[in-house]
Design a protein. Structure first.
Length: 364
């Protein structure tokens, strides 16, 4: 599961990517600094792992990870191939969610492709290009489906109705994710199209250090502009975060954060937000050898969760022994949890909850 960082050239995408991962993407003060997408596998910060390490004392700890992709900057006309348009749009199509970086700071030394700062305009520039590309995809599909619908094919008639809704919405500058469709319609007719504006989005307002805690007027304008979207807005001083990440000493980092009024790096919040955006959650396994966070989708069953460890676990699934994280912390060990009767035995229908601690019984 990948989240792609997108935005206009020179809004701070590559600097943010460098903060998120140890891969040093090139970052410079000119458009199209990033051409090929940079990919980083990023650990998901989770205080629960620290607590489990303290209680279990394992030989090693393995956190959950999420893949972040830094994609080339977009310009007007990308849907028609302007700039790096076709490459940019193809790279977005391969991601599962979008982290949209918006410049919300003034700095005459950093050029803006449109000469002045207006994050709402910048957002709309990218939205329009993605919507135009989606409209092109929908119209091509609709042409094919209409031919089948004219023969009386009932399934084609249903699909054509959904596609017409998509076409009308996109022509009105409404992203696919905001078009009123049932889950059944989305699953049956929209999902396979891999539409760019159907992907969930997180807006990152890149501010200066003085606005890192409370934001600024640019941020308020963005919040107002996206009020009708089911999207999170995160405020991040990307340049400041980059300075923090350069500090090797943990205590120095904490002092730096406290000085600007933050309790943790903003990139930690961003990674967790991206994880949620991808509809992911974590379950744990814990033993003397290893404490590990495993990544699954929200709504996954116990056998599906077992399959993340090994496909044989899913195929031969018998049952799962489940301990709630809070119970484990309260009692301090698996043995004491068992003695207190707080361990539950679950079958194939069990839906795993975030933070569950699990042991699987299986037969190959």
């Amino acid at each position: 599961m990948k989240a792609g960082i997108v935005g206009l050239p020179n809004v701070g995408k590559s600097t943010l990517f460098n903060c998120l991962s140890n891969a040093k993407a090139q970052s410079a003060n000119f458009p199209f600094c990033t051409i090929e997408p940079n990919i980083g596998v990023v650990n998901v910060p989770d205080h629960r792992l620290e607590k489990l390490e303290e209680l279990v004392q394992p030989e090693r700890v393995v956190p959950a990870t999420v893949e972040i992709v830094d994609i080339a900057g977009l310009v007007k006309g990308a849907s028609k191939g302007e700039g790096l348009g076709n490459k940019f749009l193809a790279n977005i199509r391969e991601t599962d969610a979008i982290i949209h970086v918006l410049r919300c700071f003034d700095n005459d030394n950093i050029v803006h492709v449109d000469a002045n700062i207006d994050p709402v305009r910048d957002k709309e520039t990218i939205d329009i290009e993605l919507q135009l590309k989606d409209l092109e995809t929908v119209e091509k599909r609709l042409d094919r489906v209409n031919k089948a619908a004219r023969t009386g094919d009932k399934e084609a008639i249903k699909e054509a109705e959904v596609l017409k809704k998509l076409k009308t919405g996109l022509e009105s500058s409404i992203s696919v994710r905001a078009i009123d469709l049932t889950e059944k319609e989305r699953e049956a007719y929209v999902k396979a199209l891999q539409l760019l504006t159907d992907k969930p989005v997180l807006y990152v307002c890149n501010v200066d250090e003085s606005s890192a805690v409370s934001g600024n007027s640019y941020v308020e304008a963005v919040r107002k502009a996206v009020a009708n979207e089911t999207a999170e807005v995160l405020v991040l001083a990307v340049a400041t975060e980059a300075d923090i990440m350069e500090l090797d000493d943990y205590e120095e980092r904490q002092m730096f954060l406290e000085d600007i009024g933050l309790d943790e790096p903003g990139v930690s919040k961003l990674i967790r937000s991206a994880y949620r955006l991808l509809n992911l959650q974590t379950y744990f396994t814990a033993g003397e050898k290893e404490v590990r966070a495993w990544t699954i989708h929200v709504g996954d069953s116990a056998p599906a969760a077992a399959g993340v460890i090994h496909t044989d676990f899913e195929k031969g699934f018998i049952r799962a022994e489940v301990i709630k994280y809070d119970d484990f912390v309260h009692y301090g060990s698996e043995l004491k949890v068992r003695e207190a009767g707080k361990l539950s035995v679950e079958g194939k229908e069990y839906i795993v909850q975030d933070g569950d601690m699990m042991n699987f019984r299986f037969n190959v």
